[in-house]
Design a protein around this ligand. Structure first.
Ligand SMILES: NC(=O)c1ccc[n+]([C@@H]2O[C@H](COP(=O)([O-])OP(=O)(O)OC[C@H]3O[C@@H](n4cnc5c(N)ncnc54)[C@H](O)[C@@H]3O)[C@@H](O)[C@H]2O)c1
Length: 343
């Protein structure tokens, strides 16, 4: 049996990275995680996975990790990933996403890494003229986050031409849910994703959910998104690695299911699955939110022989909710501990 190449997962202490680490390990890859813990959690990385706390923009540190662990492939998820925050603080996004990724890619080229998988985003499309949106649709991002990620796709294309780097860029649509076995989930309190927020409200960890805009030109006035289960997405990374091992490269692929749900439909599903009411408030539109984003999801199925297992909104919500209830239990324990030590 041939042994699998060592994989460096940047951002592996984050939400999606944590699931990617689980999937890669299950597929037999030795994994190393590099994360600066700016948004991730050390506890999200399994204890027996080598963990390096550091910045992807630090060329020297990344070079050392590549050499020390004989890294052959990089799966690059580390980024600042909030659209509203990118509107408020754009230069941080150009530094931490675009600038730091330029350094990471350079460290790969200099360190002999020739295979690269990149977490891109549906935000590169902006407000697409065609729904579902195919990969070759115009890329006109409408927020700094999308622009900061699109520039990384361009850098990869240029590094591929100049340095023989082979890459797969995965454009994630709306990632949601949690590991069905309860080993991982989305922990960041600041995370603003709808399913996470609604499940947090249903689990009593938030007092309400805000609907940002109910006057869009959609069937019920709220935004429509293509929600993909995080474990299916993690499997797409395994498929991308297999493709690169077989000589593939230069691929840019949408990661979604090819169907959409409105904000109201999602909230209704969370209510039904949770069996408890929670408060919903209506607020104004948020800057940088397109009305409808649905993937044309045909290319990835053909290119990577990937097929999803969890294309079911109720299942996505159920896994997200059980993770949120677990966090609520932990909050309760911590709260009781704090109260008793204050006495
Ligand atoms: N969540 C989504 O729906 C979604 C959609 C499209 C694309 N993405 C992309 O997926 C990736 C992962 O997103 P997520 O939702 O898991 O977010 P996350 O914040 O949970 O994970 C990002 C991780 O990267 C780390 N990080 C950030 N900057 C770093 C740096 N300079 N050096 C080292 N580590 C750094 C953070 O500590 C965190 O652990 C991001 O690249 C994001 O742009 C996410």
């Amino acid at each position: 049996m041939t042994s699998k190449p060592a994989v460096l997962v940047t951002g592996g202490a984050g939400y999606i990275g944590g699931h990617v680490v689980l999937a890669l390990r299950e597929a037999g890859y030795p994994v190393v995680v590099l994360d600066d813990l700016s948004a991730g959690h050390r506890a999200a990385v399994p204890g027996d996975v080598p963990f390096v706390e550091g910045d992807i923009g630090d060329i020297g540190a990344v070079g050392e990790v590549i050499a020390d662990h004989r890294i052959a492939v990089v799966v690059h998820l580390a980024a600042s990933a909030s659209v509203p925050e990118s509107v408020r603080d754009p230069l941080r996004y150009y530094r931490n996403n675009t600038g730091a990724s330029a350094n990471l890619i350079r460290a790969c080229v200099e360190g002999g890494v020739r295979r690269f998988v990149f977490s891109s985003t549906a935000a590169v499309y902006g407000v697409p003229a065609t729904i579902p949106v195919p990969e070759d649709a115009p890329k006109v991002p409408i927020n700094p986050y999308g622009r900061s990620k699109l520039a990384i796709e361009w850098m990869l294309r240029d590094a591929a031409a100049a340095h023989g780097l082979r890459y797969v860029a995965l454009r994630y649509f709306n990632v949601a849910g949690a590991d069905p076995q309860g080993r991982a989930g989305q922990s960041g309190r600041g995370a603003g994703h709808l399913i996470k927020v609604a499940c947090a409200a249903a689990a009593g960890r938030r007092d309400h959910v805000t609907v940002f805009g109910a006057d869009y030109e959609t069937a019920d006035g709220t935004c429509v998104r293509d929600y993909i289960h995080v474990s299916d997405l993690a499997e797409a990374h395994v498929a991308a690695l297999r493709d690169l091992e077989e000589g593939g490269g230069g691929r840019v692929l949408n990661c979604g299911y090819g169907r959409g749900f409105s904000v109201r439909e999602v909230l209704e599903t969370v209510r039904a699955v949770a069996g408890v009411p929670f408060e919903v408030r209506e607020g104004p539109r948020r800057a940088g939110d397109p009305p409808v984003l649905i993937a044309d999801a045909s290319r990835i199925r053909a290119a990577l022989r990937w097929s999803p297992r969890h294309d079911d909104l109720e299942f996505i919500v159920r896994t997200a909710l059980s993770w949120e209830r677990k966090l609520a239990d932990a909050d309760g324990v911590a709260g009781r501990r704090d109260r008793s030590s204050a006495r």
